[in-house]
Ligand binder design. Sequence first.
Ligand SMILES: C[S@@+](CC[C@H](N)C(=O)[O-])C[C@H]1O[C@@H](n2cnc3c(N)ncnc32)[C@H](O)[C@@H]1O
Length: 291
Amino acid sequence: MTEYRASRTAVLVCQGRAVADGRLAVGRFADPIAIELLDAAERTPVERVRNGERAHGFGESMELELLASTADVMTTRTVFIDDAIREAANPQLVILGAGLDARAWRMPELARTEVFEVDQPASQQDKRARLGELKPEAATVRFVAVDFARDSLSDLLEAAGHDANRPTTWVWEGVVPYLTPEQVAATVDLVARRCAPGSRFVITYSTPSRTASFGRKALQAMLTLARRGNPLQHEPQRSTWRPEQWRDLLGDRGFVITDDQDLLSIAELLGMTIRRREFLALGHCVVADRN
Ligand SMILES: C[S@@+](CC[C@H](N)C(=O)[O-])C[C@H]1O[C@@H](n2cnc3c(N)ncnc32)[C@H](O)[C@@H]1O
């Protein structure tokens, strides 16, 4: 039987949004809920980065640098995805691998939208405990426990009340890298079958880079050595993708790609101060529509 643990990368990206809120791309990015979803220990490094405090020693400087870089990534992809959701204005929103995504709690534009949050069971339980009594802005939020590697997304969504005959916006943010190419293709298949005309699929993915893969391993080794806790420890990267692979994968399943941008281009459009250009350029966001 699969043993689940709550995702640590979900906490890391939530910390990144909490670092960015009110500081990066102000007026275009905001996530005031992110800090509320973090516990006291998780908030401490967030506050240190926000206050521009100097790190004590090598381990802490690695940890704070990781958070600052994560904040840049989260700002760009959040703005891109929020815009895509608003533009589609569909009556249903399915967030695949939702983690600590706060859209249903922070976007008033979702007041008439039914939101389905899909995630593996332990991450979902952890989120529900963190949410406490927080009231959503969305019309409804339903939690659907799914392991993309094992469960039938389609059956579980159907049982949760998702209507495949009404248009849906699907968001798959920060999840594809943790799945094998086969698991990704199988999930795209299942999503495609539940897409009425007008549906939209928004996906983030990482493009291949030997340097980035080496950097990721080196960072993890240094965090472990410095006993700072390694948030990537149990969530290895399993796939990277090139834009033309998405064109084929999505095109074969009846989607038309209407946008595909790298995070560096988005950061430039937002007028952000860019610290690690090469790193940002590896991340992409793609929008595919079903006409
Ligand atoms: C980096 S977090 C991203 C969370 C959220 N989408 C965001 O951007 O804030 C990765 C998420 O993918 C989920 N995930 C990873 N593998 C999964 C699988 N096989 N089935 C379901 N969820 C999975 C994790 O539970 C986690 O919530």
